[in-house]
Write a protein that binds this ligand. Structure first.
Ligand code: GTQ
Length: 350
């Protein structure tokens, strides 16, 4: 391109600018990329580092004042944006004995994966779910929820929310409940009895977009994985990987965040694969390694790590391990966008 052409074009662009227009040809290659071009980076948060700082926050601010006392896990490629991946938020929340994180509701969907301690609870629409390590609890969009700790030790869980998705869609609404804690209107276990025991009310409606079972205790999940170890096929990439499901339709438990539990059997050497859903993993049990591109994370219990969209990844363990994970796969599947590829890869890798 000659200098004269460049000057003519720049002059033309300057005249487009006040009319809020811009030439596509200058940006097309960055908008429509041959494969995902994410700013999201692989990252790993070791629990022993996080725990010390998280407990220190307990001396700095109360759960009441903070509303939610959380250390946000910021993806290193997305600092300052409160995002663990491009589409999802994650944080580690601390609640101390006797504290209450006040009731509120919002259009954002949330999940909790209990990392340390037990005896805290999340109340969802009038029913309390008591927490034990490894329990998975959901607070679907629009449900009132508060957290409390009736135990004598700190309780920590991983929060996953679809905040960036709701922000993208400009659909955020939130409000505080008039009181600190919502009234209990249903006994513990009511939702599980009604929807989570292989039975359903005969007149069960199709329900909302989220699972009416809002607590998935680890004891049951672990028992299922134990039985599956002896009977299920072991996937070359994923070991034995199951999704948390909505009992009304067999779909994912939440409409915007797909959630999984996977058992990597003793000696597992996973094959490489990549998928378009950047995935957040939290180690429920065991130790292992995950390669993400050139990076290798060596992880142990309670660590959290994230693998970006389309980065090849591979898991390896010596002894058995269990990983919880979540991603936006449910959204991508609904939109016909989700892809997975196993080695050998067709195109260039990230
Ligand atoms: O527990 O309701 O990590 O509203 C971020 C926003 C947790 C919660 C977070 C929230 C919550």
């Amino acid at each position: 391109m000659t200098g004269a052409t460049a000057a003519r074009r720049n002059d033309y662009y300057r005249r487009l600018d006040p009319l809020s227009m811009a030439p596509l040809w200058e940006v097309l290659g960055d908008l429509v990329t041959p494969s995902p071009a994410s700013r999201c980076r692989p990252a790993c948060w070791r629990y022993e580092d996080v725990r010390t700082l998280l407990l220190e926050s307990g001396d700095l601010i109360s759960a009441r004042e903070a509303e939610r006392r959380v250390l946000v896990l910021e993806n290193p490629g997305l600092r300052g944006e409160s995002r663990v991946t491009t589409s999802l938020y994650a944080g580690l929340q601390l609640i101390l004995p006797g504290e209450v994180a006040p009731a509120h509701r919002h259009t954002q969907t949330a999940l909790r994966f209990v990392v340390e301690g037990e005896g805290a609870y999340t109340a969802v629409d009038g029913e309390k779910a008591v927490m034990h390590e490894g329990d998975f609890i959901i607070t679907p969009s629009g449900t009132w929820h508060d957290h409390g700790n009736e135990s004598d030790g700190p309780v920590v869980w991983l929060d996953g929310l679809d905040i960036p998705i709701v922000t993208l869609l400009d659909a955020s609404f939130a409000e505080r409940y008039p009181e600190e804690a919502q009234a209990t209107t249903r006994p513990r276990g009511a939702a599980a009895a009604r929807y989570g025991c292989g039975l359903l009310p005969v007149e069960a409606s199709s329900g909302g977009p989220a699972s009416p079972v809002f607590s998935f205790p680890y004891a049951r999940t672990r028992e299922a994985l134990d039985r599956l170890r002896a009977s299920a096929a072991v996937d070359a990439c994923h070991g034995i990987r199951m999704k948390y499901a909505n009992p009304l339709d067999g779909g994912y438990a939440l409409p915007t965040i797909a959630t999984f539990i996977q058992l990597l059997p003793r000696g597992f050497r996973g094959a490489a694969h990549r998928s378009t859903d950047a995935t957040v993993f939290c180690v429920a049990e065991g130790e292992g390694r995950t390669e993400a591109g050139e990076e290798t994370f060596t992880w142990g219990p309670r660590d959290t790590f994230v693998i970006p969209s389309w980065w090849p990844r591979r898991h390896e363990v010596e002894e058995e391990a269990v990983l919880f994970s979540f991603s936006d796969r449910v959204v991508q599947e609904a939109l016909g966008l989700w892809r997975e590829e196993r080695e050998p890869f067709a195109g260039a890798t990230a």
